[in-house]
Design a protein around this ligand. Structure first.
Ligand code: PEP
Length: 262
């Protein structure tokens, strides 16, 4: 692991928890991490609540001077205008949102988001100074037909293509067959795909950028299995769905000290 790649522990709440429940969870999470003397410089912890919770969580983070980070689950590829229901990156930035998920498999699957849309959303994140967490991963069918790394590499390069200048970004490798299913990629599989993604980024954009890029694993991560993933020098954090809705469980994941495992 290079020093620049501070492990990132990201909790994607999906469409769960209203703003009052969100406040309760963040308070519990912050207490649990404080209790354990969590060092946020050794592992960044970021929550991704639904849009309607963002303002409440921003206010809480501000008032209680929490070191937790704030992320959003999606953004519009447009900046403003007649796009009913869409959320601009500019609005997210105003709420102190730092990260935004782009191309989560549930967006690809249920909202027909193509590689072109995801590239445009990545561009929108760069325009507004947000860090996109670009989610990539193969379905079971693609795994059988193309193996484990071809699809994530293709999706990564498509999202990063055609930008005048790349801003900061993070890649999350999330095999679709492992999301919310309880099926987990092995630590070796996650490390191998992360290594191949880094090699592809190096080939396309240079070794310096590749060495600085954080690559996360996501898919049924829990406190009991996180160690295996983070032990690999190629895996720089985790994107957690279901387990991030339980403060104690998510805190257990976040408290894993990557530097002690290497
Ligand atoms: C996710 O939603 O990105 C995810 C990895 O979900 P889960 O941890 O529930 O598999």
């Amino acid at each position: 692991m290079t020093n620049q790649r501070i492990p990132l522990i990201a909790g994607n709440w999906k469409m769960n928890l209203d703003h009052q429940q969100a406040i309760a969870l963040v308070q519990k999470l912050a207490w649990s991490l404080k209790d354990a003397n969590h060092d946020y410089k050794s592992a960044e912890v970021v929550v991704f609540p639904p849009f309607t919770d963002l303002r409440s969580i921003q206010t809480l983070i501000d008032a209680d001077k929490l070191e937790l980070g704030l992320g959003a689950q999606d953004l519009s590829k447009f900046d403003s205008g007649a796009y009913t229901g869409e959320i601009s990156g500019a609005f997210l930035k105003k709420l102190d949102v730092k990260y935004v998920l782009v191309g989560h498999s549930e967006r690809r699957q249920y909202h027909n988001e193509t590689d072109e849309v995801i590239q445009a959303k990545t561009a929108a994140a760069f325009r507004h100074g947000l860090v996109p967490i670009i989610c990539v991963g193969e379905t079971l069918e693609q795994l059988e037909n193309e193996g484990q790394s071809a699809v994530p590499i293709r999706q990564t390069l498509a999202a990063l293509a055609g930008h005048e200048k790349l801003g900061d970004f993070v890649i999350a490798y999330e095999p679709v067959w492992a999301i919310g299913t309880g099926k987990v990629a092995t630590a070796e599989e996650a490390a191998s795909v992360a290594g191949k993604l880094r090699a592809a980024i190096s080939e396309a954009f240079g070794s310096e950028l590749a060495a600085a890029t954080r690559i996360l694993y996501g898919g049924s991560v829990k406190a009991v299995n996180v160690a295996g993933f983070l032990r690999s020098p190629e895996v720089d954090g985790v994107l957690v769905g279901g387990a991030s809705l339980d403060a104690e469980e998510f805190s257990g994941i976040a408290r894993f000290q990557k530097h002690l495992a290497l």
